[in-house]
Design a binder for this molecule. Structure first.
Ligand SMILES: [Zn+2]
Ligand SMILES: [Zn+2]
Length: 608
């Protein structure tokens, strides 16, 4: 039985969205006949199209107003309802250059198609093209390979919405013209669209940057620098709880901890091939005593040098080295976003050095660890994606048979554990194929989290070996893996998924003591000390606010339990328990409450 699923690019939704992009461009041209067309691809959850509207009298690029967007949407809906066919044809390069002569962006794409540089969407290709593919509906013609639906009416007018506009540089290059991008979304039907719009609004309310501030989890200081988050005490407590959980799970599975520095010689990364391949996403090398060093972009080469520090035999394998290793990548400032797009982040990294015979079993072990992590987090909606090399691209290193072996090993392992996956060409790491785990959060948004990669290449480049049972030298295989991916990104996603109301075991403050009057403060402090001595995280609100205000404050902080203390509780040695969902659970003995809470923490329960 095959466990492959249909990739998005082959789905009906993809064709609907691509078709919607063309009709949106047609509508824009009705209102702005002079608008120049750039590209308009489907994207996750929708589509966009980039336009050049020319310049205003001050020489600034003209933009779309919110009223324009409404007009365009209206026109687009009318055009969808008129039943035009999407007609496919082709033209020679010469014909296309003449046909699109008034569309300089299309002409640039046509020239690069002819030169074998990029496709109709500006993505790199390796073969020159002598014919271009064209789609037409009514008078609107676009340079396009499709696929599309057959008729415009197959895109339901009531299942389409234009969302927003933004500036975007032609081909992402800030030295090229600034274009106006319109984002839209399209679904099978109105119910799906309504659901999506609801989720978008909910996502805004859950924005981790806003919640991160409200809950005191992290801070971005402009003096430290954009994309370099500072973890505040509550954020650090949450992150440590995650790290300790994974550390424990790794100890159980025979991983060994290592710690490596934040910089390494440029030569190290030249050997690994991370430099110059990742050059654009790395910082400029640092000069130290006439040698060049790089801020660590990857942990792998450091772990490889640990493997190499002594002779290895088959008895040492598998060797599983693990580190929460911080790496630094350059991201354009416009791309930075709270914790989810940063310039320095910590990978829950590990490298497994295994014999070829151990590869499948170890790969399965890693997949099971990732499943265990996701299960514990309550993430039950996730899928896997097998990223393979694109045989036409030169960014992948290593012999074709290495790739074939790696891909076969991943398929076998995934089939054995019954894991469904899609295959995506061109999604591999440069050194080998990988299996990525993509989680769908409560808002149905997909996030790539954990990853497992098979690597025959770096063992080759670093000349790794072990002495086999036969007394001969052999080459080990490497597995790279990270269940969380990046601690920063993972916590950013957790904040939004849980809306800041973390399960008890992850909550930075698990319970707030709320003394009703001053005379109850001492007892509250005494109970807090008792609970703390049992490993629980407790604070006391000894301020002068009234009880209801204190309860509201704790709820705003999404603290799981509020323990209210009045005369009766002091007398009876009890606490009155409320949960953050505003349910009053009545009074219970401190001992019973502590036992209940400790059980939930130990079980990493989602309940309170
Ligand atoms: Zn198209
Ligand atoms: Zn690695």
């Amino acid at each position: 039985m095959s466990t492959e699923e249909v990739p998005y690019e082959q789905s009906e939704l993809y064709r609907i969205r691509h078709s919607a992009a063309h009709v949106m461009a047609e509508a824009v041209r009705e209102h702005y006949p002079e608008a120049l067309l750039a590209i308009g691809p489907p994207i996750e959850d929708g589509f966009y199209y980039d336009f050049d509207l020319g310049k205003d009298e001050n020489g600034k690029p003209k933009t779309f107003s919110p009223e324009d967007l409404e007009k365009i949407e209206d026109t687009m809906k009318q055009l969808l309802k008129k039943n035009a066919k999407f007609e496919h044809s082709s033209m020679s390069i010469d014909e296309a250059q003449i046909f699109f002569a008034n569309q300089p962006y299309k002409v640039e794409l046509i020239n690069e198609l002819a030169a074998g540089k990029v496709d109709e969407m500006g993505n790199p290709i390796s073969e020159p093209t002598n014919e271009v593919s064209i789609y037409r509906q009514r008078d609107f013609v676009d340079l396009c390979r499709g696929p599309h639906v057959n008729y415009t009416s197959q895109v339901k007018a009531n299942a389409v919405k234009l969302l927003r506009t933004s500036g975007a540089y032609w081909r992402g290059d800030e030295n090229r013209p600034q274009l106006q991008r319109i984002y839209g979304t399209a679904w099978h039907n109105k119910a799906e669209l309504d659901e999506y719009i609801k989720l978008l609004e909910e996502a805004k309310a859950r924005d981790h940057r806003r919640l991160g501030k409200q809950l005191g989890l992290f801070h971005i200081s402009q003096l430290v620098g954009s994309g370099l988050p500072l973890w505040l005490p509550k954020g650090a407590i949450l992150r440590e709880a995650l790290e300790n959980f994974l550390r424990r799970a790794q100890v159980d599975r025979g991983y060994l901890p290592v710690i490596t520095p934040h910089i390494g010689k440029l030569e190290l990364y030249i050997t690994s091939g991370h430099y110059p391949y990742y050059k654009d996403s790395q910082y400029t090398p640092i000069d130290v005593d006439e040698e060049k060093f790089l801020l660590k972009p990857m942990n792998c080469p450091h772990h490889i040098e640990i493997y190499k520090c002594e002779p290895r035999s088959y008895r040492d394998l598998p060797l599983r080295l693990a580190e929460f290793g911080t790496v630094y990548r350059y991201e354009q400032s416009g791309e930075l976003n709270g914790l989810t797009r940063v310039r320095g982040f910590t990978v829950d990294d590990s490298h497994l050095f295994v014999t070829p015979d151990q590869l499948e079993e170890e790969f399965i072990g890693v997949v099971e660890l990732i499943q265990h992590v996701f299960q514990t987090m309550g993430f039950d909606d996730f899928r896997a994606r097998l990223g393979t090399n694109d045989p036409n691209s030169d960014k992948y290193a290593g012999a074709p048979e290495m790739w074939a072996r790696g891909i076969a090993a991943i398929r076998q392992a995934a089939d054995k554990v019954g894991m469904k996956y899609t295959v995506e060409e061109g999604e591999a790491a440069f050194y080998g194929p990988k299996l990525d785990f993509i989680f769908r959060d409560v808002l149905k948004r997909e996030w790539q989290l954990g990853t497992v990669q098979v690597d025959f290449l770096l063992p080759e480049r670093f000349d790794l070996e072990y002495i086999g049972e036969d007394g001969q030298k052999h080459r080990p295989v490497m597995i790279h893996r990270a269940p969380f991916g990046s601690m920063e990104r993972f916590v950013g996603i957790l904040i939004e998924h849980f809306n800041g109301a973390f399960p008890l075991w992850l909550s930075p403050v698990q319970m707030m003591m709320i003394p009703i009057a001053d005379r109850h403060v001492d007892y509250a402090k005494q109970v807090a000390a008792d609970l703390r001595s049992q490993g629980l995280r407790v604070e006391v609100d000894g301020g002068s606010d009234r009880m209801n205000k204190k309860i509201r404050n704790a709820q705003l902080q999404k603290i799981p339990y509020m323990l209210v203390i009045g005369d009766k509780e002091v007398e009876e040695g009890q606490v009155a328990v409320r949960t953050r969902d505003n349910v009053d659970h009545g009074a219970m003995s401190v001992k019973d409450f502590a036992n209940h809470a400790i059980t939930l923490v130990t079980d990493k329960s989602m309940e309170l």
